[in-house]
Structures are given as C-alpha cells and as structure tokens.
Write a protein that binds this ligand. Structure first.
Ligand SMILES: [Zn+2]
Length: 1025
C-alpha cells in the first residue's frame, strides 16, 4: 500500500482515547506495572531511557534503545487487549522508481524462516489479527499488526520480524510485485510483450485520481531538493528503470535495526516482546551508520509558481470548471511538538467549518466546487506545510483566488479569531481524548510516526493536555499569539508555492503514448535470446504461481483457540413519549451516544433519490433561531458531531425483505445532553431550507466528493451496481449510494435553479422526521442513564408536533418485534416484495481510468439460512486459495476475491485491475475449483479463522448493541451463526458451490468500471454507460 499521510488534526481525530482520570488507578494495571521500570535498567539487550506516565491517555510510555544496534523502541502499556506491534524504517529514496514501495511488497513474499510464497497473505488466514498491513509513506515504511490473542501476537511478530530483516527478495518476487516485461499471454511466445507488476498497476491506479496527482506534484515542488522531490510509491513510467540489484541494495542500507523504530502497545508484557525481538532479529546485527536523515529544505528567497495538467473528469459537477489552485507554505520542523500542535490548531481555525475565514472567503462565493483535498496542515514531512486553495474552479478565476488568499491572511492578522471558536476547538480535543476507539494502538502508531521518524520525541507528542495547557497560556500571555503566527508563517514566508492544475484533453493519450514509447525502447534493446528468456521466465513465474504451496513452516492458531461462545451485549428496551428506546449501559467515559432510526416507508417513491442529499444538508442549513453558521458553532461547542445517513437494512431471514430509513447519530459530553437534544429539536421543528446560496455550496461539495471517490472506491460502485437487480434492497442501495446517485448529484449540481430542490426538502422532512416512524438508542454509563432518558423524553415531547399517521407507500409492510421475546411490543416495519423478480444484468461504465473495477454477484440465501455460514467460509477460502493467485499474482490487480454479504449476495470483485473479461472468467473458474473440492481441512480451518477474526473484532462502547438496534440481529442469532460456522464441513462447501454458484443454478449481476473496452463494446449482452 502507498499512502500520503495528511495533517496532524485528522490524525488526532482518529485518536480515540480511553478512561476517566478518576478511574486511572483502578483501570490501568498494565500502565501501573510499567511504571516500575527505571531509566538505565537493562532488559534483553535493551536499555530503558525514560519511563513516563501519560494519564490523559491512561498509559505508561517506556522508551528504550537497543545497545548493540541503536534501534529505538517505544512501548505504551495500557489496559487494552487489542495489542499492537509496528516496526518503522526510515526510507528516503532519491529517485521515483518506487524502490521503497516495491520493497515493502517484496519483503512480504517470503523470508529465511518462512520461505513459502507470500507468508503475509497466508497469515491473514492463520491468525486472529484485528489488523495486518504495511504502508509506504514519503519517508518511512511501516509494518503494523494488532491482535487480541497473546499466542497470535508471538506468531505474527515472528513472521513480521523475519520478513522485514531476513526476506528472500527473490528475483521472481521482484518481477511479480514490482515490474516485468512479459508476453501478454504468458503461454504464447508470439503474443506482444507488455509491462506487468502489482506495484506498476497499483500506481497507475493511484494516479488515475486527479487529487492524488495534484498532491504528489505539490509535495515534489515545494521540497525540490531532497527525498520529497521524488515519488516514493513509484512513478509508473520510472518504475521499469528499477533493477533487482538496486532493490536488494536499498534493503541492505535501509532495513537495518540501526535505522528502525519499534513500537508496541497494549496489555501484554514488554519483556516478552523485547526478548523475542532480540532473539529472532536484533542479535544478528551490528550497528551501522544508516545516513538516512533528511536535511532541512533550503528556504527560497522569493515565492514560486508552477503549473501541471491532469485528465478531464467526466463526472465533474461543472465540466467548464476543472482547475485547481493552491498556495502552499513551508512551515517549521515537525519535531518541535508544541509548534506543530499550535500550527495544526491554527490551520483548523483558518479552514474548518462555515465560520472559518477561508470557508467564508473561498467556499461561499462558489468560485470552486470545494477546497482542494490537500488543504490544511500537513505534518507528514520533516518540515510541515500548510496549503490553501480550491478545486473545481474556472481558469479565469486564478488571479481572483490568489488575491482572496492573500487578503484573507491580512484579514486574519488584523482581526484574529473569535474566542468562541477557539473554545469550540478545545472542546473538540476534549471529546477526542474521551471517545474510545477499537484501534487505539494503530492510531497512536501513526500519530507518532512522522515526528519520531525524524528523531522527535514521541512521548512528548502523547502529552496532549500539556500542549493544550501551554496553548491556553500562550493566548493569555499574548492576545495576538495566533495572529503573529499567521504573519510569520504565511504573510512573511517567501518559501511558498502557487501551483495550478488544469485538465488536458489529451492527457490520457499522452500518458499511454509515453508508456508505449518506454515499452518499445525496452523491447528494441532485446536480443532474440533475451526474448526467449523473457518467455521462459514468464512461464516459470506462472508455474510458481500455480504451484500448491507447502505452508507448514508458518505458525497458526487452531480452531480450539477460538471461543465457542459470543460475548453477549445486554440491552434494555424502554420508551420515551411513546417512541421505543434501546438503552445500552457502557463505560463510555463521560460521553453520551444517541441514535435514531426514522423509517422511509411513507415517502413517495419519486423522492427516494433525494434522500442522500437531504441527509447531507439537514444538519448544515441552520434551524430554529440559528442560521447555519450559528448552528455549526453550537454543534462544535456542544457535541462531538451530528449526522444523518440513509440506511438500507436487508432482512436477516428473507431476501426480498428490507427496512429503509435514515439514521440520526450524535454524541456529546454528559453535561451537554440538553443542548444536544435542543439542536435536534430545532432540526425537527424548524429546519431552514430556503437559503439557496447555502444549498448550492453544499450540493457542489457533495457532488465533488462523490466524483473524486470513484477512482478510489470503484469496486464499491461496481458491486453496488452488480447487486442492483438481484434483491429489492440491492436496488435501493444503488439509488442511495451507487453510480445512479453519483449521476443524479452531478445533475443537481449542474442545475442553475435549485428552487425545485428547495421545495422538495421540506416534503421529505415531513415523512422522515416523524416520531411516529422512529425508534431510538442510547449508549452511556449506568450513572447517566436515567437522566438521559428524561432528556430524551422531553425531546420527544418537543417534537410531538411532527407526529402524523401516514400511509406507507407500499402495501406490503411486515412488522418484526424489536424485542424477539415480546411479540406484542414495538416493532420494525419492513418492506416485503414477494413478487420481486431478480434478473441478470451486465453493466459497463466507461471511465477515464487506466484500470478496471470488476464485480459479479450471485443471489444466494439470507443470514439465518443454514447455508449462509458455508457460503461465508467458501468465499474466504476461494479468496485465499484461488482468486488471490489468479487476480493479483497472475493478473496483476491490486486486489480481488469473494465475500458473502448480509443481504444474501455472494460477491466477486477486483480492485485496480488491468484485466476485465479475463477476471470474470477467473471468477467462474473459481467456482469450478470450489466444486471440485481440492482443499484440505487445514484450508477450511484457515478460512474459518479469518472469519472469526472479523466476527470477534473489538466493538467500541459507542457501537455496542448498534447491530441489534439497526437490523434486529440478536445475540441468539449470532450464537447460532457461530455454531454453524464451526460446523461447516468439506462436503458443505462443495455442496453450496454446486447448489448456488454453478451456472444454471444462479441469478447473477455483473458490472465493470473501467477504460474503453473493445470486447465489451462488441458484446450485445452488455449495457454500456
Ligand atoms: Zn502497494
């Protein structure tokens, strides 16, 4: 995987913290135990350097160094069973061949102790990991995993250490993962030679996203003098310049303990980790001087301007406005913790929400469709940067935008920020510190990665409340503290770059031509014997990929390591003003979480397409006495966010039944519960829809966001479309979140007159925000429960005026009790379309991408059906044992596989795939493979393990009971499913493959998003869009 890490605050946002200060002693036995380490203490070849309690985060940080190699180590001891390990190497390439990225892939292809092919992917099925991945950033490569099981931790640690420090790095791995010349059809020596390789295709996919193209150029040009001037992930046309020798050399110099930072997190004992790391890896190394430091970027004496091009976007909300323009400023070194903290807060104040100066100055005049996605503080490079500017703007507005940016900076320097906005920002940090997530260790690892990578102090970074206190004090000491920063970093900063981007009609053509020329140059240099060798190597690779693997060298958990029983979640049913309420007592750490599901059953059918738009604007247009700015301010001051989203919930017992609605969600600190409900009351009673200007801004942004998302989430769109004609729920999903919705939003964004939309929104509101069609759920601490219930009661009274008995649009409504033990109690109202006729449909969306997203879906059985578990296991096993090999290894796609979905749809998919029809035939061969049953009991157990690691993934207190609330899935149903999973046998798998997936037995839908396709064009069975 290749990623560009963004700003500090988004990372802070995902940092969800745990524990109450007063409960610190009781809860944090792991953290307390770790306090007993002493600086200077020697443990398994390491020396303890620092032991620091971090009460804000309920952990103890222990910093160590490895004596012989100088490897750095940080342990965060905390009472959290979701333990995490990560090792980070500083990788600072000086060319765009993608060497760190290809290396990241290749080390996972086999190592000294685990020489089988692809141990990384194989371990996904032999472990109960809650996370396994690897990332290449601009200046580091990171390998993290997490698991709740101690034995599993040791197994994975062993595989990770061996992969990183002792990989095989075979030539074949390099060719498969990096790049190679190969006959298009490997078995046919007369077929043309083409470039292949996983990273080669992955990066072509990455740069099919214009926002990524822009972000990459911006970084390269703002830091032109060292490693940030190249593409660490690989520039597709430069990747073929990399040799296998260079790859091995890069490993030898960068993947060394002297250049490594280890991080562990959780409740497992530190000594054990240290001992294993020392014994299995570090003891075999001597210290080296890695020389991987990034020097400071020399400052420019005057600002610079530059221009780049991209491909035109067929889905742009306004085709005449497709330019981007940003001004980027080089900031200070990220190892200065407090300065980084300050500037990231400053950035939020400048750009975030409708009350920020840049939102007012750039977004509201509707010069562009939205901020550029690079906008904000970016602390992922040694010296941070801040960018401000727009996407979706017209070329002739270039000078105007530059002027506005400069004037807005002046305006901020003069006027500063309102005190209430600073207060709202600090409130946000307080909520983020209290809110608990399930991947806390991973959030910490990525939060500290960049600064630590450049020798910043990771412990200081964790002392967030220290930084908050210092920030408050700085504001007291100097009321112009923030204004002075703006003056220093922006107004007077000569190291700034103005970068514009415009579409070029011939962009894709030029790229294809450049690739063709590169290819021809390589081919012309070949002798006859080279060609022969290429053909032979192609066959060898194919043979290796097809070979059955002996993976017995890899450690594995056993079925007996899995808990036979689920962990039950207790909920209580109650009511407030006649509205059913589910209460769930949880250690929420002083936060209250509120959900409400509002049925769509009475909404006229022609309004359904508008529901997602309604959801995205209903909390953003103002309500009651508050205009949209004041409303946004109150939400930031009083809540952790308020959102509304469309929901399609397939029934767990019948394929042609589903529930449709919108889900309201919000959270707040205990003291703000009345305020939170007041905000909801205003939205129910007097939402403001009439401001057309405001609506237009929101519509443009929503349309832009959808259009940008396709090149990243193309597989989701392909799947949603493929499922459209298979079940009634699938049809509605396409309406709410498929290509149909994308095109609808584009149409709305292009409409010059929004009055019709403005007339529609209140009509939708009447049907949706109606207490008669509503049920609620509250998660909070036992102490706060009854108070919250009282507040909820008065909220329902407040909105009682919206009650209205309405007739459902469809006659076929079926009621299901919310509490299965209380048949006469309140119910969910489901739509049942008994006469639904699934049909076969093949849809192709031609897109300006160089890669495809392919999906084929088969209608099977619902969740409670006895065959559901077998189909789930089969999907996992086909992915691991067959489809991965065909689609990724041989086909060169970034990913692909099969999965069983809750709506009874068995789904095949591929991601960023150079092939299309060939992948469809791989899906079909996968079914033949399954029917012939060439798998062992070990294979079946592995598939089950990987399912259980998902089924048993930790659930945050905010989300406990939410599955039951939304879909009515009870603990008893989950337990039966669990028992069926354990029982799935070899015979079951062959049976279900035959019965449901065989041609003739099945009804399936197919969809592809991809570039122009001659084969499909000629085939009349396809609908081409
Ligand atoms: Zn990758």
């Amino acid at each position: 995987m290749f990623r560009q890490t963004k700003a500090l605050l988004p990372k802070l946002r995902s940092l969800r913290l745990h524990g109450q200060q007063s409960a610190w002693r009781l809860k944090s036995t792991s953290a307390e135990r770790a306090l007993q380490y002493r600086a200077g203490q020697k443990i398994h070849g390491f020396t303890v350097r620092e032991v620091a309690p971090v009460p804000d985060l309920f952990l103890t940080a222990v910093k160590l160094t490895h004596d012989r190699t100088g490897a750095q180590y940080l342990h965060a001891a905390r009472d959290d069973s979701n333990n995490l390990f990560s090792v980070l190497l500083r990788t600072t390439p000086m060319d765009s061949t993608g060497v760190p990225h290809i290396l990241e892939h290749t080390v996972l292809c086999g190592s000294e102790k685990y020489p089988c092919r692809d141990p990384f992917f194989k371990m996904l099925n032999r472990s109960l990991s809650t996370f396994m991945n690897a990332f290449t950033a601009s200046d580091y490569t990171m390998y993290p995993f997490s698991t709740q099981n101690g034995k599993d931790f040791q197994n994975l640690l062993s595989v990770y250490l061996d992969a990183v420090f002792f990989p095989c790095l075979r030539e074949q791995d390099f060719c498969q993962e990096g790049w190679r010349l190969e006959n298009e059809e490997p078995t046919d020596p007369s077929s043309p030679l083409v470039f292949k390789g996983v990273v080669f295709n992955e990066m072509k996919g990455v740069f099919s996203d214009n926002e990524r193209v822009y972000a990459q150029h911006l970084q390269n040009k703002l830091y032109p003098d060292h490693t940030y001037s190249v593409v660490s992930g690989g520039e597709p046309l430069v990747i073929p310049d990399l040799t296998w020798e260079q790859l091995k050399q890069f490993h030898a110099t960068h993947y060394h303990p002297s250049n490594a930072r280890f991080f562990t997190y959780g409740d497992l004992p530190l000594e054990q980790h240290l001992q294993q790391i020392e014994e299995e890896a570090l003891s075999r190394f001597q210290r080296i001087e890695p020389n991987t430091e990034v020097p400071p970027q020399p400052h420019w004496s005057s600002p610079r301007e530059d221009h780049v091009t991209c491909s035109p976007d067929a889905l742009a909300p306004d085709p005449a406005r497709q330019n981007s323009l940003c001004v980027s400023y080089l900031l200070g070194d990220i190892t200065d913790t407090f300065e980084g903290f300050t500037v990231s807060l400053l950035s939020e104040l400048m750009i975030s929400g409708p009350n920020s100066p840049f939102y007012k100055a750039l977004i509201e005049p509707k010069i562009g469709s939205d901020f550029s996605s690079v906008v904000g503080y970016d602390g992922s490079t040694k010296e941070a940067s801040f960018s401000i500017g727009l996407q979706g703007m017209a070329e002739e507005d270039t000078e105007r935008v530059k002027q506005i940016i400069s004037q807005t900076m002046d305006h901020i320097i003069q006027n500063g920020f309102e005190e209430e906005r600073i207060e709202a920002l600090l409130h946000k940090i307080e909520i983020q510190m209290k809110h608990q997530s399930t991947n806390f260790g991973l959030s910490l690892a990525s939060y500290i990665a960049s600064a630590w990578n450049h020798d910043g102090d990771p412990v200081q970074l964790l002392q967030i409340s220290g930084s908050v206190a210092k920030f408050k004090q700085a504001l007291v000491d100097n009321p112009r503290f923030l204004q002075d920063k703006v003056k220093h970093y922006f107004k007077e900063n000569t190291h700034r770059l103005t970068l514009s981007m415009s579409p070029d009609e011939a962009y894709l053509e030029k790229q294809a031509k450049a690739e063709e020329e590169k290819l021809q140059r390589k081919i012309q240099a070949l002798s006859d014997s080279d060609r022969k060798e290429i053909h032979e190597k192609g066959l060898e690779l194919l043979a290796a990929q097809s070979e059955t693997q002996d993976v017995s060298c890899l450690p594995a958990l056993k079925m007996s390591d899995i808990e036979p029983k689920i962990n039950p979640t207790t909920v209580q049913m109650g009511s407030a003003g006649g509205v059913p309420v589910q209460f769930c007592e949880q250690p929420t750490n002083g936060l209250v979480y509120f959900r409400a599901m509002c049925s769509l059953n009475t909404l006229p059918e022609d309004l359904r397409l508008y529901v997602p738009l309604f959801c995205s604007v209903i909390t953003r247009m103002g309500s009651g006495d508050l205009d949209y700015r004041q409303q946004a301010q109150q939400m930031e001051l009083r809540t952790g966010g308020m959102s509304v989203s469309p929901q399609v919930v397939p029934d767990s017992t019948q394929l042609d039944m589903y529930e449709q609605g919108v889900l309201l969600f919000s959270s707040c600190l205990e003291r703000n519960v009345p305020h939170m409900f007041q905000l909801w009351s205003d939205i129910f009673n007097s939402p403001r829809f009439e401001d057309e200007e405001r609506l237009r801004v929101l519509v443009m942004r929503a349309a832009q966001e959808l259009a940008n998302g396709i090149s990243y989430s193309g597989h989701m769109y392909a799947m949603t479309r493929a499922g459209r004609h298979l079940t009634p729920a699938g049809d509605l999903q396409e309406t709410f979140g498929g290509m149909e919705q994308v095109k609808f939003m584009k149409r709305i964004a292009e409409t010059s007159d929004l009055t019709q939309v403005i007339r529609t929104l209140p009509r939708i509101k009447k049907h949706l925000l109606n207490p008669d069609n509503m049920r609620c759920a509250v998660n909070t601490t036992p102490q706060k429960l009854s108070d919250t219930a009282t507040q909820l009661e008065s909220f329902i009274q407040d909105v009682a005026g919206n009650r209205k008995q309405r007739k459902p649009v469809r006659a076929n409504i079926l009621e299901r009790p919310l509490d299965p033990l209380d048949e006469s109690g309140p119910s969910r109202k489901l739509i049942c379309e008994q006469n639904f006729q699934p049909c076969q449909m093949k849809t192709f969306f031609q897109m300006p991408f160089p890669v495809n997203f392919v999906s084929e879906i088969i209608r099977t059985v619902p969740f409670t059906h006895e065959d559901y578990a077998s189909l789930s296991v089969l999907a996992r096993m086909m992915t691991a044992k067959y489809l991965h090999g065909e689609i990724r290894e041989k086909g060169g796609a970034y990913g692909g596989g099969a999965r069983m979905g809750g709506g009874g749809l068995f789904t095949f998919y591929s991601y960023r795939d150079p092939n299309s029809v060939q992948t469809l035939s791989a899906f079909r061969k996968g079914v033949d493979w399954a029917k012939s049953g060439p798998f062992t009991q070990q294979d079946i157990d592995e598939a089950k393990l990987s399912i259980f690691s998902a089924v048993d993934a930790p659930v945050a207190p905010a989300d406990k009971g939410s599955g039951r609330f939304l879909s009515g899935t009870t603990d008893e149903m989950k337990q039966s499913h669990r028992e069926r999973l354990f029982a799935v046998s070899h015979q079951n798998l062959v049976d279900v493959a035959e019965r449901y997936l065989s041609p003739g037995q099945r009804t399936c839908g197919v969809s592809i998003l991809g570039p122009e396709n001659e084969t499909i064009k000629k085939d009349p069975s396809w609908i081409v869009k």
